[in-house]
Ligand binder design. Sequence first.
Ligand code: NI
Length: 151
Amino acid sequence: MNPLAREFWSRMDAAEQKLSLVSEEDARQPLRPDGWSRKEILGHLVDSACINHVRIVFATTLDGYECPKYDQDAWVVLHGYAQVPWPAILDQWRARYTWMAEMVTNLPDAALDRQFTITGFPPTTIADWINDCLQHLDHHVHQIVTVPATT
Ligand code: NI
């Protein structure tokens, strides 16, 4: 297994252990006035996994791949995460990240240095982008676990 895939599985397992401890009551509360609740942050991680999974597969299989940015607030609203029970969002999260981890495990070494572009940003390599995805995961899991809920 390539080191990046090993890292992906281990960060995902660490995140899951923390996310599984969150109660439905805490998950429902916004973390800031007018900000996302834990449910919406976890839903945003589901969206991010879907989008970045597809970006990485396209970048692996197409030369010069360029993809759009996405409107993260609109995606969270469109999926109605605020109304979905925490365990259901967590099931989606687990499924999407496992699916992505399996794809990263199967990436040939040559794919890791391939470049792609998100419109408006400098080109990135697949390996750098996977590392960014893991930092993004850690950032939001940290928020979910440490920011006290406002009531
Ligand atoms: Ni984010």
